[in-house]
Design a protein around this ligand. Structure first.
Ligand code: ADP
Length: 301
């Protein structure tokens, strides 16, 4: 196969590993800098140009689109889809997953366990909003945040009120979420490929911190997940329409709760922690599933 990896930086661990795994399995793999690709939209034959040349002959595309380039990255990916190139994850599914609130709405509609979550626009509703998620302690999240930035634990209703007012004053979209104390500062990253969880790790926050993000000093270890957690992760990826996803789960007293479904899950933490060749499993998924013009949504939204 001829595979494109849409990535801003060929030196990133995940990008490097996908190229390496693809080449080892006998494929031609080309890294395309997402922001350097440009497109001819108003033509019968949709095209993408790159460094002065049209991109041609690709069978599959692996999007590694960073949160800050979601808009343009999804447009480039959609163009690949219009050209009939098979995407590892579809542009529509990636756009969905980047909106935390929309993702939770989709997951809740399909009965996936989630932390009780509230969302509001007007400051008049703060009291009731706090009540809706069963009062303090609670977690407030900026909708556009990543890597734990903009995720705040409020121990009291008073603190929550002030933080909510501050974010609203800054015109930030936020959601308010029940705090899952029993998770003990840990969450589980399930790496889903197709209809399997191919690797899982536990991330534990450092002492005095409730956010387990590795970027916030969290540490990762191997974990054996329960059949219920496995099913939840697979179903969550499916509801989002993602072939490959990193599903983050909190262990609560009433079962697994999905916090987030990530459409460009990093490979470094999961490969290092589990010792699994995740990159190769991703390439094998493409080998099994890729075919021309197979995109389900055809970029239609
Ligand atoms: P980001 O997408 O920025 O990483 P998350 O929503 O994943 O934000 O939150 C960051 C971390 O905070 C999570 O990995 C988890 O450890 C912790 N966390 C988030 N929400 C909750 C919650 N409702 N209850 C307990 N811990 C939470």
């Amino acid at each position: 196969m001829k595979i494109a990896v849409l990535s801003r930086n060929p030196r990133l661990y995940s990008t490097r590993r996908l190229v390496e795994a693809g080449q080892l399995r006998g494929h031609e793999v080309v890294v395309i800098d997402t922001l350097r690709a440009y497109m001819n939209i108003a033509s019968h034959k949709p095209q993408i140009h790159y460094r002065g040349q049209p991109l041609e002959g690709f069978d599959a595309v692996i999007p590694r689109i960073g949160a800050s380039v979601t808009f343009y990255g999804c447009a480039v990916l959609r163009q690949f889809e219009m050209m009939g190139v098979f995407p590892l994850n579809e542009s529509v599914a990636i756009a969905r997953s980047r909106d935390k609130l929309r993702s939770l709405q989709l997951l809740s509609r399909r009965g996936i366990g989630l932390p009780v979550t509230g969302f509001a626009h007007s400051p008049d509703d703060i009291d009731d909003l706090i009540q809706m998620v069963n009062g303090a302690p609670l977690v407030i999240k900026v909708l556009e945040g990543t890597q734990g930035i903009g995720v705040v634990l409020c121990e009291t209703a008073k603190a929550a009120e002030s933080v909510i007012e501050a974010f609203m004053g800054l015109k930030q979209n936020i959601m308010v979420q029940e705090y899952i104390k029993e998770a003990g500062g840990a969450d589980i990253r399930c790496f889903v490929v197709g209809d399997k969880v191919i690797a899982a790790m536990k991330r534990q926050a450092k002492a005095g911190e409730f956010r387990s993000n590795l970027h916030r000093g969290g540490s990762a270890s191997l974990i054996k997940i329960t059949p219920e957690e496995r099913m939840t992760a697979i179903r969550a990826a499916k509801v989002m329409g993602l072939g490959v996803a990193g599903v983050d789960i909190l262990r609560s007293n009433h079962g697994p709760l999905v916090m987030e479904v990530n459409s460009s899950p990093g490979l470094e933490g999961i490969e290092t922690t589990t010792g699994k060749d995740v990159a190769s499993l991703v390439i094998q998924y493409l080998e099994k599933n890729s075919a021309p013009h197979l995109t389900r949504t055809k970029g239609k939204g």
